[in-house]
Design a protein around this ligand. Sequence first.
Ligand code: ME8
Length: 688
Amino acid sequence: MSTFYVTTPIYYVNDVPHLGHAYTTLVCDALARFHRMRGDDTRFLTGTDEHGQKVEEAATKRGLTPMQLVDQVAPRFDEMWKLLGITDYRFIRTTSEHHKAIVASLWKTIRATNPDDLYLETYQGWYCVGCEAFYKESELVKDGDAFACATHKKPVSWLDKERSWFFRLSKYAEPLLAHIEAHPEFIRPESYRNEIVSFLKGGLKDLSVSRTSFSWGVPVPEPDPKGDVHVTYVWMDALTNYLSDLCEGSAIGGPDVDKYWKSAVHVIGKDILRFHTVYWPAFLMSAGLPLPKGIFAHGWWTVRGEKISKSLPATRIDPLTLADALAGSPEKRPIGIDAMRYYLLREVPLGNDGDFTFESLFGRFNADLANDLGNLINRSLTMIAKFAPASPPKRDDQYLAAQSENPYFQIELAAHETCKLAAIQFEAFAPSKALEVIWRFVGMANRFIDQTQPWAMDRAKDPALAHCLWCLQSSLWLIARLIDPVLPATSRALREWIGDTAPVTWPEVSGEGRVLAAAPDDLVARPPSPLFPRLDEPMQNAIVVKVAGDAAATTAPTEAKPPPRSKPVKDKPVEAPVASGPITFDDFMKVELRVGRVVTAIAVPKMKKLLHLTVDLGEAAPRSIVAGIALAYNPDQIVGKQVLVVANLAPRKVGGIESQGMILAAGDESILGLSSLDRDAPPGTRVR
Ligand code: ME8
C-alpha cells in the first residue's frame, strides 16, 4: 500500500487563527481526503509552534506566563480545525515532552554524526522577532533611520554579541544543490525551486542555533563550558515536529518513521520557504537522516494587496464567520464551509498569490456552485424522481455506439477522462486544476440534459429515457466522489439523495474505459433540497457586513485590555475632548482620515440616534461603524454616500455594536451635515 504523509506548518500561538492559516490546513485536508479515497495509508499532521522570543513577548504583553498563553491559544487552533470539519489529523504541540525529547535527540544525533557541525561562537547581527530569523543588512528594508523586516515592516532588533551555538550550514550548500538536482520534485512549484537554487549558489553562512537572552524554549542538551544556559533556536525546534510526531520513544526512529517519512510533503506558505528547503534538510543531512519527499510552497492570500496577517486587523478574516455567513443559517454550516473551501482552492492555483475579494467569492458561488452544480443536481434528481416510476434508470448498451454526435457515448467518455485527469491533478498538488476538470464535466452533464431533453421523451414508450436517466444518475454518483476531497458535505448530501450508501472511494478507471459502468445499478434517487441558493444583493450585503464586522474585531482571547482612560458612559458615542491649546502638525498627522463609501446602513434597535453602517475604506471588507446620525439621515439616504472617516480610532462598542471608526459630521446633538470631498476619490484615500 502506498503511503502519503502531508503536513501543515505548525502555527505560532501569539494570536488566533485567520483565513491564511485555514487556507494551508484546508489544502492539506483536501489532499489527505483524496489520498484516503485512493486507498493510500495517509497521515496528516498540523499543530502549534509554541516556543521562542515572539511567543514569550506576546505572553508578557498580555500579563501571562508563556505556558499560560500557549495553553490558552493552542486549543483555539485545534478547535478551529474541528469546527471547520477538518478530519483525521494529528495535532502536535512543541511544548509536549515527547517533542522536546526528539529536539534534543536531533541535536545529539548531529553531534554524534558530524561532531564539528555544532560549535560555540558569538553572534552579532539583526534579528526579526516576527520571523524569528537572522538577517543580513542587505536583506532588510529602511524605515526612516531604522532597518525593518521586509515581511513584517517592523524594525528589527540588534543582537549584540550574544553567545550562541552555531550550526555549520555553510557545508551544506553543495549537498543541497545536488539533492535538488537529483530530485526535481523536492521543491515545488518550479519558481520556488529556482529561487532556492540561486540562493544556494550564492553560498551559505553558518547559522546561530541557540539563544541565551531568553529562556522560553527547549534547552540545548549539552553544557556550554562557560556555564551559559542556551535554548534551541525556535526554527530548529519547530521543524523537528514533522519527525517527532512519527517517533515512538524519546529518540529519533520507530516504525512510523520507517513507514511514512519517505513520503512526507510539507505544505507551507512562501514566507517560510528558506527554513524548510535549506535549514531543515541541512539539519537532517548533518544528522545522517533521510530527507522528506518534498516541500510544496503556496502563495499568500491578500486583501487589496495586503497579506492577510495577524498584525493587520482589517485583513484578518475569521474562516468560521465567513463559512457561517455563506451558509446563511447555523445548521447549514458544513455547506458554507464547502463553499469557502471551493472558493479558496479553485480561485487560485496552489503556488500563486491570490487576492480575496467579495466580488470573486460571490462570482464563484453563483456561477459554479448555484448555477452549474446546483442546477445539475436539482434538474437531474427532480426528473429522475418524476420519470423513474414509469422508466427506472437503467443502463442500455444499445446507446453506447462510439460516435462523436452520440451524447450517450460522449458523456461516458468524458466521465472516464475526467476521473483520470482529476486524479492526476490532485496527485500533482493542483486542486484548482482538478476542480476545473470536474467542473468541465458538470457543464457537459448540463448540456447533456439540454441535448437529450428527457422531459420530451415518451415515458411509456421511449426506451432511451431509462438509459438517459441512468447516465444522469451515474454522473451524479461520479461527481459526488470527485468533489468529495474539496466539498465533503456537498458530496455527502448528494450521495444520500441518490441512495448511494457505499464508502466514498475514488472510482476505479478500469481498462474498458467506462467509469460510469462502475456506478451501482440499484441506486434509488429522491428529490433534493436546495444546496447553494443564488446569493442575491441583499444576501451578499449581509455576508459583507458579517465578515467585515468580524475581521477588525477579532483579537487573541487573552489580550489584556488597556486601562480605561475615563469612566465609560454606556452606549453613548464618545465625544472628542476639545484641545485647550494649539496642537502640533505631528499631533494632527496621528489622526488617520480616509475617504469611505457607505455600503449598508440600518437603524440600531432601541437606539433612536444611532445608525449601524458598513463603510468601504478600500480594505478587505467594509468596516462596521456606528454613527449618531439617525435623527438627521434615514438609512437609505446615506447608502452610497462618500464620507470621511477617522480610520485609526480604537474599536469600541456603541449601542452594543463594535464600531471600528468614526465618520466626520458637523454639529453636536443635532447633526447639520456629513463631511465629504468635492469630487470622487477611491475609498481608502488618505485625507490631510
Ligand atoms: O511561520 N496566505 O507560523 P505562522 C496564505 N510557526 N497562507 C498564510 C497566510 C496568508 N496570508 N498567512 C499565514 C510560522 N499563512 C511558523 C511555522 S513550521 C515548522 C513553523 C499560513 O503562524 C502559511 O502556511 O506565522 C504560512 O506559512 C503559515 O500560515 C505561517 O504561520
